[in-house]
Ligand binder design. Structure first.
Ligand code: G6P
Length: 612
């Protein structure tokens, strides 16, 4: 949440920073701003998308070679020009951008007001820049020292970058709980909330650790220090990311590109981990810990949003195939409700971004209780990946559309592999069933391709329900979490109210809502509950609901009962979510486009939620 970019070097800073902010816009897009040091300090801030700021900056084309920028997702204070970052000290000499939340901002603001500081915005961030200026002037210390002294007074989560117009070749940064990556160039430094703004400039990066400060001075070596002022040795990492991965590649939206990438991203998640020809699976990340997994009495899966939905399917997979008890908990609940966790537990963290604040905090809590932490993460080198004891990357590549699609199916791929491994270790999977699942999993990418080829049919369905105000999604067993995910996709990007339900629960409430205006999407592929699903569909039809069913290829019976049906290829039941979710992603996408919504950047949402 909120994106930060900074530059210090020989080049004109503003184009580098503006391009970087565009790359980070998925993190927040309600307002943006930059500060450029060019003898004095020039600040440009604008409510709205980065492009609106870009027009203003292009018109002024500021010439300085040091600067900081920010794209905001509002926490304190509505999105407007004044609340946009950077914020400045009263004398306009110091400017700061911030990602995170300063929890004790009210107390500090009152104290600073008494000392004569004048506040102009409603943000928590402004408190910190006044505090830095207060210490700098009071103790006549350097920018670095005043930042350090200020952070001692701050409670909360932050990544901050600060510049001082009297130090035109210096950028000071610090972090606690929110991410910051430093890019190393020749006689120049780049800084950003993630590596995507850096790759066109450098491959060498340093991930700043919690409670570290970075001192970036043009012409000097990178200096990293702990909050206790002890020098730290920077650990340089080579980036493995291609620029094409960050472009739309001919698709009108990132979300559509990412939906269509799924045959490849699912294969990437299986590469080196599954061999259908020889009938084996392996998960390198868990191999050194087989003993721990063999002895575990239960697993706790945690995550947020779409990752939490993947976790629910993980529960069905692991309990079904490995007979190991699994609990799935929202990270935000796990971190605060004093759960019973002990050293025999394995906590599995699911996260696309690897930066979700609630998931990170839940893991830290579980770690303190002695649990072993296994991460299933997309973003390489992210905070969650670093906090885990072991884990497996999903290798889905950068996901930029705010509504998660390819990360979900990649998470399912990894959870399936994990369940298969656990089934082997715990001797719960008959060999022939294991081999069947291995071979079926190997076929999934082709079957996804087959479903993607039905996009036009799905578009027709989208057109017939695009004006609905509500929608219901029903599924049983493995398809119940898919119903939740389908409903989430629709509400996130088209703003149609949608709910997902276990199909059998419909009669305990949602049935009251059904009339001729209510589209009901029924995931009807489970052979194990076939007749029961037919009854559910009949209950909907009896109340004039419009049934859109996702059926197994060749299912004439449910097709005849439905207003619309999308066929998906047959697979083993535990693998159906990998297929049944695809038409739901396409349906939401096309409905949102037809309604004129901003698909990649839906209102009020952000891709990476780094605040509570
Ligand atoms: C936000 C995103 C969702 C995502 C959730 C969890 O709400 O908009 O798409 O599922 O965060 O994010 P994570 O990166 O931890 O998977």
């Amino acid at each position: 949440m909120c994106g930060i970019v900074a530059y210090v070097g020989d080049k004109i800073a503003s184009p580098i920073i503006m391009k970087g902010l565009q790359r980070l816009e998925y993190r927040g897009y309600d307002s943006a701003g930059i500060a450029i040091l060019n003898g004095g300090m020039k600040i440009f801030k604008k409510k709205g998308k980065v492009n609106e700021l870009l027009e203003v900056v292009n018109a002024a084309s500021p010439s300085g070679t040091t600067g900081i920028g920010h794209t905001r997702w509002a926490t304190h204070g509505e999105p407007n020009d004044i609340n946009a970052h950077p914020h400045t000290s009263s004398d306009h000499s110091i400017a700061l951008v911030h990602n995170g939340i300063i929890e004790n901002c009210d107390t500090l603001r009152e104290a600073l007001k008494k000392l004569g500081h004048q506040f102009v915005s409603e943000t928590d961030t402004e408190v910190l820049v006044h505090l830095i200026s207060e210490f700098k002037n009071r103790y006549q210390v350097s920018l670095e020292e005043s930042v350090r002294l200020s952070l001692e007074k701050i409670i909360g989560a932050y990544a901050i970058v600060v510049v001082d117009k009297n130090e035109p070749n210096l950028v000071v940064a610090a972090k606690k709980a929110s991410p910051l990556v430093i890019g190393l160039g020749k006689n120049e430094f780049f800084l950003a909330s993630d590596a995507t703004p850096l790759i066109e400039h450098t491959r060498e990066v340093v991930y700043l650790q919690d409670e570290e400060m970075a001192i970036l001075r043009k012409g000097e070596n990178l200096q990293i220090k702990s909050f206790q002022n002890e020098p730290q040795k920077p650990s340089i990492v080579e980036l493995d990311l291609k620029i094409e991965e960050l472009e739309k590649g001919g698709f009108p939206h990132f979300m559509l590109k990412e939906i269509h990438q799924q045959p490849e991203t699912i294969s990437d998640g299986m590469r080196g981990r599954l061999n259908a020809e020889h009938g084996w699976t392996r998960l390198g990340g868990m191999e050194p810990h087989r003993e721990k997994f063999a002895k575990a009495e239960r697993l706790i899966i945690t995550g947020c949003g779409t990752s939490w939905h993947a976790g629910l399917i993980g529960e069905y997979l692991i309990e079904g195939l490995a007979r190991l008890p699994v609990e799935v908990e929202y990270a935000s609940e796990l971190r605060y409700r004093n759960p019973i966790i002990n050293s025999n537990d394995i906590v599995i963290a699911l996260s696309q971004s690897g930066e979700t604040a609630d998931t990170l905090a839940a893991l830290q809590h579980a770690k303190e209780k002695g649990a072993f932490i296994y991460g299933i993460v997309n973003s390489v080198g992210s905070s969650i990946a670093r906090v885990t004891d072991a884990g497996s990357y999903i290798h889905a590549g950068p996901e930029i559309g705010v509504a998660s699609t390819k990360a979900f199916t990649s998470q399912l791929t990894l959870l399936t592999l994990l369940a298969l491994e656990l089934g082997k270790i715990r001797n719960t999977l008959p060999k022939d069933y294991y081999l069947k699942l291995v071979s079926e999993l190997n076929e999934i990418p082709n079957k996804v391709r087959n479903i993607l080829a039905k996009e036009n049919k799905i578009k027709e369905i989208a057109s017939s329900i695009q004006n609905s105000n509500n929608a219901l999604y029903l599924g049983r067993g493995y398809n119940f979490p898919v119903a939740l995910e389908g409903a989430l996709k629709l509400k996130e990007i088209s703003y149609i109210h949608a709910e997902g339900y276990p199909a059998a629960e419909m009669k305990h409430g949602p049935i009251a809502l059904i009339d001729e205006n209510m589209p009901v999407v029924v995931l009807a592929t489970n052979l194990s509950a076939y007749d029961k699903i037919i009854s559910n569909i009949q209950e909907v039809k009896a109340r004039k609901g419009k049934v859109i069913s996702i059926i197994t290829e060749g299912d004439k019976k449910i097709r005849a009962l439905s207003d619309f049906a999308v066929e998906i290829p047959k697979t083993a039941e535990p693998l159906t979510p990998l297929l049944s979710v695809i038409p739901l992603q396409l349906l939401s996408y096309h409905i949102a486009v037809m309604r004129g919504c901003n698909v990649d950047q839906p209102r009020n949402l952000a891709k990476s939620v780094t605040v509570e």
